[in-house]
Each structure stands twice: as structure tokens, then as C-alpha cells.
Design a binder for this molecule. Structure first.
Ligand code: ADP
Length: 536
């Protein structure tokens, strides 16, 4: 870029030869001249030249004064000024000229080479100063921007710190609390100023102080500590359970010197968890107790039943023998007929009722025994190949399936984790029901399918049988519940109760979709083969 040079001096300053001299020295310089102090100052402000050549003093103009004004003006103060002696007032020394703020002084007569060299030096200095100033300005902008960002992030940090629901504290390397947010009021019942400056041992439960000291060492060494459980003591003396996550804060040398700890009050959560565990344990023990009562009761009730059935038979035999006595011709006819009616009809009829009821009771007790056994047997979970299992079950029912001309389709079934015998029972019961409750008016189709979803193996057994009305869909899982007790198909109304019980024990789920007169699909969800084995 061309250099701009401004020459200030009136006619009497004898500077008129300078433009020609400079032009011969600088091919690309733009020269401006001003003949009065005011014009010079105005041009200097407007054009911002790179160098100003200023006559020291003429009768019309005090060069020293012009120089002072140039150096006092913010726009022109950085423009180098070369004072030129004019021949007028030569008595004014170079020193005086420089004191007015001038950057160089050249005495008359002007030597073109000396003038050129001085202007060049000034231009160099000006450029260096300009670029230095620019860099300084850029640096200042950068520092300002960084300071603003820092302030903003400090404000953000502070507001997060203050509005956080969690209690946040900062502890120094000696375990002294150096900062905490307002949550300390509701978490521990203290005002922040009561706690800042105190040792962390003030709020940590005495049993946990050693752990806290160890943890502080860990944070100062490694920079963090995660999910540590502690007990803390509130101002009112109550003890709370907390989980603390901490990070280290470094000094300018990168050494961890403070910690920032986010403290979550989990007292309520812990209480709920403990209560839930207590209730669960109570439920399990009550269940076990009930199961053993059912087991013992159903087992013990069977022996009196055997007696009732046995002695009923004996009684019937005795009746027949007794009847033979009344068939004797010596017995009067009216008495004989009456007694025979009692012995051969009334008593056998009653005995028949008694024995039928005893037999029904035997079936029920058997069912109860079976059910309670599934609750008592310990699970032996392992990976199960359900394809092979279902194929085996289908084989065992092949005769019935063929006889009823049923189309049985079995898709590819995923493995699962479970007790082999019990899971076999589940799929046998479901397939047996699908066969039992087909609609005799159409040819039966039964389909087994399966897939894995959300960590569970899900199986379905679909039939095109008689279907189940919506009102009954939940009831069929109840013990001894049969939709049609007179129906010869099916059994004692136990199959689905057993299915639900087994599936529940495997922490699985059984449910169905069904439409009356169209068919039913039973679904079973069990842990996949990757799942951790369940406990009974
Ligand atoms: P059970 O078959 O011995 O009667 P379950 O507990 O296995 O006992 O079934 C209970 C009742 O649910 C059955 O009596 C029957 O009415 C109904 N049911 C079960 N499976 C089906 C099915 N696939 N289609 C229609 N009804 C069914």
C-alpha cells in the first residue's frame, strides 16, 4: 500500500522543495500539503497519514504547538512527526522540538538522502507500531471475550449449583467444607454459612468418617469417586442415607486440590426398598406356609376318604346279606317288602351318593396336591431347547392328533431358561387344551410359534377351536375353574392354574387372546437362554 505523507508548513517555511525530493525517493508515496496549522490538523485527522513533516516555526505558525495538538488528539497521536527546522527561530533547539512530542528532528539545509532515510525509518516504526497496536487490540478483545465467557460460565455454574435439588458441597484437601448450595437447608437443616468452614466430619455419620477420608484421598489422587453410599447426620440429629458422586477440581498446576460432591438423599427410597423386601419376604413365607398347609391337608384328608369309600363298599355288601334274610318265606310279606326296599334301594342309593362324592373329593384333593407340589418343588433352571421339547410333546399326543385329523404346525422356537419338567408341563397343558377344545364342526388347526422380544422368549399356541368369551378369559386360570363342568373334554380345571403357577415361578407371564367360536391363542413369556437363571 502506498505511504501517505503530510507536509505542514506555510510559504515561509521553505519546504516547497521537499515534495519533489520525496517523489524522487519514494515511487509509491501520496503527498499532501497543508499551509496552515488548522488545515494541517484537519488533514491529519481526516487522512490519517503515515508520517507528518512539520516546520518547526514560521512567523505564521508555531510548529511546536501544532505538534503538541497532534499528539494530544486520539486520532493523530500515533502518527510519527518529523520536525524540520525552517530557518526561522533556529534558536529553538532540537531538544525543545522533541519535547513537544516530535519523533525526529532534521536541521536545514535538508539533505534529500537524510530526509528520505528519516521518513523511511519513521514509516517502518509506524508500521511496526501499527501492527503491534493491532495485535494488542486483538489480544485485548480476546481477553475480554474470554473473561465474558468465563463470567457467563461462572454464572451458569452458580445458578445450577444453587437451584440443584441435590445438596452440592465443595471440600478442600483438608476435608474442610469450602462451599455448599442452599439445598443444605432441607437436606441437613443447616444454613450454608453454618457449614462453610467446618470439617466434613460435622455432617458425616461417625461410622462413615473413615470412609469419607479414604474417598477424599481417592478423589485427590484419581479425580473422581462414584456412587458411594454414606449416612449423614442432620442438624436435628436425624440420620439420613445418601449417595455421593464426587469430582476433583485442579489448581493452575493441574493438581487436584478440591472436590465437588453431589449428594443425593435416598433415605425415603431406601425405606421403601426395605419395606418392599420385608413384605416380599413375609409374602414368600406366608405362601410357603399356605402351600404346606394345603399339602398336609390334602394329603391327610385322603386317608379318611379311602376309609369312607372302603367301608361304603362293605356296607353295601352287608346290605345285600341282610336283604337275603328278609327274602325268607317266614318273614311276613309286608315287612319283607319294606325291608328289601330299604336294604336294596334306599341304602345303596345313599351309599352311591357318598361314594361318588368321596371320589370327587379324591379328585379335588389330588389336584390340590399337584398344585401345591409345583409351588414346593425347587426350580432347576437351565437352557432349554423348546423345539425338541415341543416335538416330543407332540409325539406323545400323536395318536389323538391323528385320530382327530388335526393339522399341527410348529415354527422355529427360541430357547429359554427354565426348569425342564415344569416347562414341559406348561407346553403339554397348552397343547392338550388346544386339542380338547377344538370345534368338532371344522377341521382343527393348531400352531406353535415363538420369537425373542425385549429379553424374553415369547411362545404362542394358537387353535381354531371353540374360543373363550371375554368374561371368562381371566377366570380360566383359577383353580378348578371349568367353563363347562359337564363337558367330558379336558380334566379337572387344573391345567391352566398349573401353567400360571409355573410361569409365575419363572418370573414369566402367561396371557391369551380369544374369540368365541373362532379360536384362542395362549402366550407364554419366559426368560431367554441368556437370562440369569431364576430362583424358585
Ligand atoms: P381343564 O382343561 O382341565 O378343564 P384348564 O385349567 O386347563 O382345565 O382349563 C380351564 C378351562 O379353560 C377349560 O375347562 C376350558 O373351558 C377353558 N379352556 C382352556 N383352554 C382352552 C382352549 N384352548 N380353547 C377353549 N377353551 C379353553
Amino acid at each position: 500500500m502506498a505511504s501517505k505523507i503530510l507536509i505542514i508548513g506555510d510559504d515561509s517555511s521553505r519546504l516547497c522543495s521537499i515534495p519533489a525530493q520525496l517523489n524522487s525517493l519514494f515511487s509509491d508515496c501520496m503527498l499532501e500539503t497543508a499551509e496552515s496549522a488548522d488545515e494541517g490538523l484537519q488533514k491529519a485527522r481526516a487522512d490519517e497519514p503515515d508520517v507528518i513533516l512539520l516546520a518547526v516555526g514560521t512567523p505564521q505558525m508555531d510548529g511546536g504547538e501544532v505538534c503538541r495538538r497532534l499528539k494530544a488528539d486520539a486520532t493523530t497521536k500515533n502518527i510519527p512527526v518529523i520536525m524540520l527546522s525552517t530557518g526561522h527561530g533556529e534558536a529553538k533547539s532540537k531538544v525543545n522540538a522533541l519535547e513537544t512530542g516530535a519523533d525526529a528532528f532534521i536541521r536545514q539545509p535538508f539533505d534529500a538522502a537524510q530526509l528520505g532515510a528519516q521518513v523511511k525509518a519513521m514509516l517502518r516504526i509506524k508500521r511496526a507500531e501499527d501492527s503491534l497496536r493491532k495485535e494488542r487490540e486483538l489480544l485485548a478483545d480476546l481477553v475480554n471475550e474470554r473473561t465474558r465467557q468465563l463470567q457467563k460460565s461462572e454464572e451458569l455454574y452458580r445458578s445450577i449449583f444453587e437451584i440443584a435439588a441435590n445438596l452440592i458441597t465443595s471440600v478442600d484437601e483438608n476435608g474442610v467444607i469450602v462451599d455448599c448450595n442452599n439445598s443444605i437447608k432441607h437436606v441437613l437443616g443447616y444454613e450454608p454459612e453454618e457449614i462453610i468452614g467446618q470439617s466434613m466430619a460435622e455432617i458425616i455419620h461417625p461410622d462413615y468418617v473413615d470412609k469419607a477420608v479414604e474417598s477424599l484421598k481417592e478423589i485427590l489422587a484419581k479425580g473422581s469417586s462414584r456412587n458411594k453410599e454414606y449416612k449423614m447426620v442432620r442438624k436435628d440429629g436425624n440420620i439420613i442415607d445418601v449417595i455421593i458422586n464426587s469430582s476433583g477440581l485442579t489448581d493452575q498446576n493441574g493438581r487436584y486440590v478440591r472436590t465437588i460432591c453431589v449428594i443425593t438423599d435416598v433415605t425415603q427410597q431406601k425405606r421403601i426398598e426395605q419395606e418392599r423386601e420385608r413384605l416380599l419376604a413375609e409374602l414368600q413365607s406366608k405362601n410357603k406356609e399356605l402351600e404346606s398347609i394345603v399339602y398336609v391337608a390334602s394329603h391327610d384328608l385322603r386317608s379318611p376318604l379311602v376309609n369312607i369309600q372302603g367301608f361304603g363298599g362293605e356296607l353295601l355288601k352287608s346290605c345285600r346279606e341282610f336283604a337275603a334274610v328278609f327274602q325268607d318265606e317266614r318273614v311276613p310279606i309286608d315287612i319283607g317288602e319294606k325291608m328289601l326296599g330299604i336294604l336294596l334301594e334306599d341304602i345303596p342309593d345313599s351309599l352311591d351318593f357318598i361314594c361318588t362324592s368321596a371320589a370327587r373329593m379324591d379328585v379335588l384333593l389330588n389336584g390340590l396336591l399337584k398344585i401345591s407340589r409345583f409351588g414346593r418343588d425347587e426350580l432347576k433352571p437351565k437352557r432349554l431347547d423348546i423345539n425338541t421339547m415341543v416335538a416330543d410333546i407332540a409325539k406323545s399326543m400323536e395318536f389323538r392328533i391323528r385320530q382327530a385329523n388335526i393339522r399341527l404346525r410348529i415354527g422355529t422356537l427360541p430357547d429359554c431358561t427354565g426348569d425342564e419338567l415344569q416347562i414341559q408341563q406348561v407346553f403339554s397343558n397348552l397343547l392338550a387344551n388346544a386339542v380338547d377344545y377344538l370345534d368338532p364342526s371344522r377341521s382343527g388347526v393348531i400352531e406353535f410359534a415363538g420369537h425373542v422380544d425385549d429379553g424374553q422368549s415369547i411362545y404362542s399356541v394358537a387353535d381354531n377351536g371353540i374360543g373363550i368369551a371375554p368374561d371368562h378369559q381371566e377366570k380360566i386360570f383359577e383353580i378348578f375353574h371349568r367353563l363347562d363342568p359337564e363337558d367330558a373334554a379336558g380334566g379337572e380345571g387344573l391345567g391352566l392354574s398349573i401353567v400360571r403357577r409355573i410361569v409365575d415361578h419363572h418370573r414369566g407371564r402367561v396371557w391369551l387372546e380369544s374369540e368365541l367360536a373362532k379360536g384362542s391363542t395362549f402366550y407364554v413369556a419366559l426368560p431367554t437362554s441368556q437370562s440369569v437363571a431364576t430362583k424358585g
